[in-house]
Design a protein around this ligand. Sequence first.
Ligand SMILES: [Zn+2]
Length: 130
Amino acid sequence: MTMSIFRCAAPLWLMTYHTYFKENKMDKSTLDPPPYSGPGPGFAVQQQVVVVSQSLPTDSPGEMMCPQCRINVVTMTEYKVGTLSWLIGGIIFLTCFLPFCWIPFCVPSCKDVKHTCPRCHTTIHVHKRL
Ligand SMILES: [Zn+2]
């Protein structure tokens, strides 16, 4: 009798985890949350895709990620004759200013800009005028 009174009067925090389940003849798994089996039917798993946009450099050297080195580098620039150079040169040629046809092939602002990695010299980006 005194033991049962003690059991009833005993605060729950005095019982150990093991004796609590033994006296109540409970399985430990009854209080454990059920294993997570993913979202229920009708729920689609959404993945967040973070897109980091990188502004591409134009005329001047810019900071870019080198695909070979996998680091951010400040590109080296090199001017190459491009479509705009040929277009302006052709227009000057057709308008009979023949002695000035070579000018667009020498002016950097008419040429395309090739950006390369200073470490591995890989072409990272080509800024085309047209
Ligand atoms: Zn590189």
